[in-house]
Design a protein around this ligand. Sequence first.
Ligand SMILES: Nc1nc2c(ncn2[C@@H]2O[C@H](COP(=O)(O)OP(=O)(O)OP(=O)(O)O)[C@@H](O)[C@H]2O)c(=O)[nH]1
Ligand SMILES: [Mg+2]
Length: 307
Amino acid sequence: MTDTSTDSTRAGFVALIGEPNAGKSTLTNAMVGAKVSIVTHKVQTTRARIRGVAMEGDSQIVFVDTPGLFRPRRHLDRAMVAAAWSGAADADIIVLLVEAHRGLTDGVQAILDALREREVDPSRVALAINKIDRVPRDKLLGLTAKMTEAFEFSQVFMISAEKGYGVDDLRVWLAERLPKGPWLYPEDQIADLPMRMIAAEITREKLTLRLHQELPYQLTVETENWEERKDGSVKIDQVIYVARDGHKGIALGPRGETIKQISMAAREELAEFVGRKVHLFLQVKVRPGWLEERERYSEIGLDYNDG
Ligand SMILES: Nc1nc2c(ncn2[C@@H]2O[C@H](COP(=O)(O)OP(=O)(O)OP(=O)(O)O)[C@@H](O)[C@H]2O)c(=O)[nH]1
Ligand SMILES: [Mg+2]
């Protein structure tokens, strides 16, 4: 007897690419129906490829959230951009996200040029004009015309990842176009990032939301210890590495108020994520060279050599 589950099932990878802040992580979470990738109002939030798994009918869609594409300056930037392009290269379908209110920016044009340079087959590239809740309807027609003139997208979608508009249509369309084959993950799995990395990302989100200016870009979070306790709770120890002495004081805040607030916010979300009580212990360490350390990169899920 043949295994019927593989006869009708489809599965594959869909890479979400775009400029920083386009809404890739918001869309990933909307597709998965749970928060698997952190979101902030700041650019360059996502640092590595994050996979989120969504089911649509008989199709399993593995969304690959990627770091934003921009002109990199630092070592870390270059490794992030390389990770994004490699996510796109491995994908069955690429969805380019652009912001409705910003339109065809120089940054978007650079991405279109790069797609062509890399000889990516346009038939596997769709366009999603995101944040349509921010612009009047009539503006969208002009933008669509401009975008389709600039690149031969196989399909154009108008969505609001945040409000959920158009998200179902996009998911159905993607599901139908994935190759036939068995599912790649168990049906109930939603992400494939290790727990300790997700935990570090949650803390980094709270730091990014709370701290100002350059600091969030110059820190990294690592989960050092994860201990399941007999009473059912979890004890998590994390280290926040900052690049400069002065940054430590800012992260801690007066009388440690800032880090306390951050810790509370992170602990609350972690508890929700693991469904248990969480004891979170944060430590801030100054490590001037971390942006050039191979080991820090692999902790984030990046390849140091790509920098
Ligand atoms: N108004 C509006 N805001 C949105 C929408 N989608 C995302 N945002 C907001 O845009 C900001 C950036 O969203 P992210 O999902 O972090 O963007 P990203 O593309 O993953 O950004 P990077 O990881 O930095 O590349 C956040 O403040 C989101 O709340 C949308 O449909 N409408
Ligand atoms: Mg992101």
